[in-house]
Design a protein around this ligand. Structure first.
Ligand code: C2E
Ligand code: MG
Ligand code: MG
Ligand code: MG
Length: 283
């Protein structure tokens, strides 16, 4: 019977309509609604310069609180948004929200350094990111240097020449470019000289194994040397333990992001975090 109803009908009795696809349908509808109803929130995780303990930047990380499902992690809904073709809208929402927050923090004199946002690999060469970034900067009247775009190596695979064009255009606006999860992708090191990259973020999977695992520690040392010789800023992600921090300080990687200092915080909590740190470190 469902065949007669045609291609687009709701095939209630199809055996393939198992628990997983039902769950997906629910998630799809919820994700659509969440986008329309502004149900997302940006949290901000500080990046600390371990040589003076100042906040040098914050990474905007999306959070989704659903009435029925509770907190849904971006690790699960970002891939779904990518599959459903919602990722461009979502990334643009994040971009505008982050720029609005930069404006507020500037007005309030909060010393946040700069704000990084994540752009999905699927988005970089589709849609019109450069146009959206220029618009958002203009709309909120904020300097481009206060915004950083984090991309992953996956963004370059499908079309290196397209990716290069987009990144060069972003760089021409004066936006910072960071390469996220560095070391986990294809790590074709030629990217580093062909693309206008300012910052490398060492992936948390390497940091998790320092200083105890010799091989990993050597890799991290090599990444530090690479960044230094190419004049790139370097950030260590996922720093949780003091021994990791110590090791990174010893080898000259001073910008630290991770639970050791703080998880991602709501904007108002981040204000407080910055105020508290100033009180501790400037007296
Ligand atoms: P990412 O960009 O590599 O972000 C870092 C992730 O590591 C964040 O997870 C952060 O909360 C987590 N993290 C930070 N420090 C530590 C630590 O010390 N220990 C551990 N175990 N985790 C730590 P989160 O927020 O769940 O985000 C996961 C991923 O989802 C992000 O990885 C990013 O790829 C994606 N994502 C998050 N927000 C956005 C967004 O607004 N847009 C897009 N396109 N992707 C996003
Ligand atoms: Mg990131
Ligand atoms: Mg990362
Ligand atoms: Mg990631």
């Amino acid at each position: 019977r469902s065949k007669e109803l045609g291609r687009n009908s709701f095939q209630l009795y199809k055996p393939a309509m198992n628990a997983r696809s039902l769950e997906r349908m629910v998630m799809e509808s919820k994700l659509n609604k969440a986008l329309r109803n502004n149900a997302f929130e940006l949290f901000y995780q500080p990046k600390i310069d371990a040589s003076n303990f100042k906040v040098v930047g914050v990474e905007a990380l999306i959070r989704w609180q659903d009435i029925d499902l509770g907190t849904i992690s971006p690790g699960s809904f970002i891939p779904l948004a990518e599959e459903l073709g919602l990722i461009i809208d979502l990334d643009i929402w994040v971009l505008n929200q982050a720029c609005k927050q930069i404006k507020h923090w500037l007005d309030d004199g909060v010393q946040f350094g700069k704000v990084s946002i994540n752009i999905s690999a699927l988005h970089l060469t589709k849609g019109n990111l450069v146009f959206a970034v220029r618009n958002a900067l203009n709309l909120w009247c904020i300097p481009a240097q206060l915004l950083e775009i984090e991309v992953t190596e996956t963004s370059f695979i499908s079309s290196m020449s397209e990716a290069k064009k987009v990144l060069n255009a972003l760089k021409a606006l004066d936006v910072n470019i960071a390469l996220d999860d560095f070391g986990t992708g294809y790590s074709a090191l030629s990217y580093l000289t062909q693309l206008p990259i300012d910052t490398l973020k060492i992936d948390a999977s390497f940091i998790a194994k320092i200083p105890d695992e010799y091989g990993n520690s050597q890799i991290v040392k090599a990444i530090v040397a690479l960044a230094q010789s190419l004049g790139l800023e370097l950030v260590a992600e996922g720093v949780e333990k003091e021994k990791q921090l110590k090791f990174l300080q010893e080898i000259g990687c001073n910008i630290i992001q991770g639970y050791f200092f703080s998880k991602a915080l709501a904007a108002s909590e981040l204000n407080q975090f910055i105020v508290n740190r100033k009180a501790v470190f400037e007296n």
